[in-house]
Design a protein around this ligand. Structure first.
Ligand code: ATP
Length: 403
């Protein structure tokens, strides 16, 4: 059975419907991400699921029972909610804020017993906020507040936690730790977590299930690996570029300039170059890359013109000819310092041809290695010790070419 289920749910304010026809189900022990553009209704939906807003239509079922029929206390034992802007801390310390989450388990006078206090301390240690115990909540940093609020939700010992964009203020380490902690809670304690996120990579890597919400409607839902496709994300966020890579789970800056430099890469040697040169405004072509190469994946997401070969096949005559044509119109060629093996050896011919025809060649290989690969003509190569030297030389070359 689903811990949380909605049937024909509409959420909004007064008569204004923000999200409609929402039918979702969150299973026990799952991390479910809610993704969608700003202002699309994620917070409104979460607040409705938490019982903070009344549904405008439809029902919310928690453990198979209409949530509207729960008493406040029963609700609090089932569902905890972390919405940062809803707390008015006054002079409360971090400890007080965490302790306030314990009320569903205290007596009539809301007195904390030794077991409650132990639970609070243990949870604060678990979320790594014990050092903040006596600090006024209002004076904490945004990331610290976020962690304290998670601790408060956890001491409530709910079955379901709803969180609104909980990682926005966290640094990378805290973001990973926060998500790992939630993942552990779902695995080890069967907790269900529904959280809104703007970070697609986190959703892909930590959440089993994702809901895409656009214009107040569920646009798609399912396994993260199946739903977080470049096409869905382009539609969800109204993106024009080809900048999300579903295999890597990363975004890339689009390079939409006509190719002026040709990068001979492969084996991951080209990816940093593509990023660097895109930021410096160079149009790029690259090849010959195997379709299973990291460079191919990165280049494809950036919209770089790529000449490709089938995975694990030696580079064939057709791909090589296509690369030669592309290369002929480039102003310069870059040897990314790719590792050379039996499948990609023909790429060396691209550099040899360029040297032979007098085209400018820049390289990230050590000069002696180039000499070994290309012989005496390697003397004409502009060898660069690192990416910084390369980009400086390229910029100079571009200036000299009158761009
Ligand atoms: N109290 C309110 N009364 C009326 N409309 C509201 C209220 N709060 C929010 N809205 C509107 O509801 C819409 C959805 O807002 P909501 O905060 O749910 O979006 P969101 O998807 O969480 O956005 P974000 O990603 O920017 O946090 C917005 O157009 C917003 O202006």
């Amino acid at each position: 059975m689903s811990v949380l289920e909605t049937r024909g749910l509409s959420a909004g304010y007064g008569k204004k419907v923000i999200a409609a026809a929402v039918n979702i189900a969150a299973r026990r022990g799952q991390m479910v991400a809610l993704l969608g553009p700003n202002g699309t209704g994620k917070t409104t939906l979460l607040a409705t699921l938490a019982g903070l807003l009344r549904p405008l239509a439809g029902t919310v079922l928690v453990n198979g029972r209409d949530f509207a029929s729960y008493s406040r206390l029963e609700m609090a034992r089932q569902v905890a909610v972390v919405l940062t802007d809803r707390i008015e801390p006054g002079l409360l310390t971090a400890y007080d804020v965490v302790a306030s989450g314990r009320y569903p388990h205290t007596d009539l006078f809301q007195r904390l017993g030794p077991a409650d206090r132990q639970q609070i301390r243990r949870t604060m240690a678990w979320v790594s906020v014990e050092s903040l115990t006596d600090r006024p909540f209002g004076q904490l940093s945004d990331g610290e507040k976020q962690k304290v609020l998670l601790a408060r939700a956890l001491v409530q010992e709910p079955q379901l936690i709803l969180l609104d964009e909980p990682t926005g203020f966290l640094d990378p380490r805290n973001r990973m730790e926060f998500m790992s902690l939630l993942a552990r809670l779902t695995r080890e304690r069967g907790l269900t977590v529904l959280l809104s996120l703007h970070d697609v990579e986190l959703a892909l890597k930590y959440c089993q299930w994702v809901l895409l919400i656009r214009d107040g409607r569920i646009m798609a839902e399912g396994l993260a690996e199946l739903v977080l496709t470049a096409a869905n994300l382009r539609r969800l966020y109204g993106l024009a570029g080809t900048d999300y890579n579903e295999l890597l789970g990363t975004w890339e800056m689009a390079n939409d300039r006509p190719p002026e430099l040709f990068v001979v890469g492969g084996g991951g040697s080209g990816t940093a170059l593509y990023r660097l040169l895109t930021k410096y405004g160079y149009g790029l072509g690259s090849g010959v890359l195997h379709r299973n190469d990291l460079d191919y994946q990165a280049g494809r997401s950036m919209g770089i013109r790529l000449i490709a070969e089938e995975p694990f096949e030696p580079i064939g005559a057709a791909a090589l000819a296509a690369a030669r044509t592309e290369l002929a119109s480039a102003k310069a060629v870059l040897d990314a310092g790719f590792p050379v093996g039996s499948a990609n050896r023909p790429n060396l011919d691209l550099i040899r041809d360029s040297l032979h025809s007098g085209k400018k060649v820049f390289s990230l290989r050590p000069a002696p290695e180039s000499e070994g690969l290309y012989g005496a003509p390697a003397a004409a190569i502009s060898h660069c010790g690192d990416l910084l030297e390369l980009v400086e030389r390229l910029n100079k070359f571009r200036d000299e070419m009158g761009e």
